[in-house]
Design a protein around this ligand. Structure first.
Ligand SMILES: O=C(O)CCC(=O)C(=O)O
Ligand SMILES: [Fe+2]
Length: 170
């Protein structure tokens, strides 16, 4: 759907062939006091796409473009889809990369399950030429996904505002 909306659905096979999947189950402790507690600090995902499902306990927050944290309160049986670094870079920055976090409140245990679709280790992420033009200059130089992952755990990466821009921003 995303590739179609950008008119690059002809890359679907390449995309599918370069993708791996990782399923992760998370359990968040209930806060020790009546104060809210950070369950997972602010971050962006390193996936192409993350699909999230949670039990009835809300807590996910999303950072708006205006810098405000908003609650993503989900009704039962709702899935949430987040865009990660790889797809953000591959689409030449056309799709917003959302910062998100989990803030725990109340006294119920929160469970969530996340399916991350990630680029295969040796894959080079390069925006297709169809997405680069006069109005959309290249935002990121082509980069090796595994090498970027290695960089993303370094002190330099943790200190900077955008690991991806620092690593391969044009
Ligand atoms: O548990 C959640 O709702 C969010 C999990 C998450 O953002 C992550 O694992 O990257
Ligand atoms: Fe995340």
């Amino acid at each position: 759907m995303i590739l179609e909306s950008l008119g690059v659905e002809n890359y679907m096979d390449e995309h599918m062939n370069s993708t791996n999947y990782l399923l992760r189950l998370m359990k968040y402790k209930t806060p020790q006091s009546s104060e809210n507690e950070m369950g997972l600090s602010s971050h962006t995902d390193k996936s192409n796409i993350t699909i999230l499902y949670q039990n009835q306990v809300n807590g996910l927050q999303d950072l708006t473009k205006h810098g405000q944290w908003i609650n993503v309160d989900l009704t039962p049986d709702t899935f949430i889809v987040l865009i990660g670094y790889s797809l953000h870079a591959w689409t030449n920055g056309r799709i917003h990369l959302p910062y998100h976090r989990v803030l725990m409140r109340g006294n119920e245990t929160r469970y969530s399950v996340a399916l991350f679709s990630t680029s295969k280790d040796g894959y080079t992420i390069k925006a297709p030429e169809e997405l680069v033009d006069e109005d959309h200059h290249l935002v990121f130089k082509p980069y090796n996904h595994l090498e970027f992952l290695t960089f993303s755990y370094t002190e330099e990466s943790l200190q900077c505002e955008s690991a991806l821009k620092t690593y391969c921003g044009v």
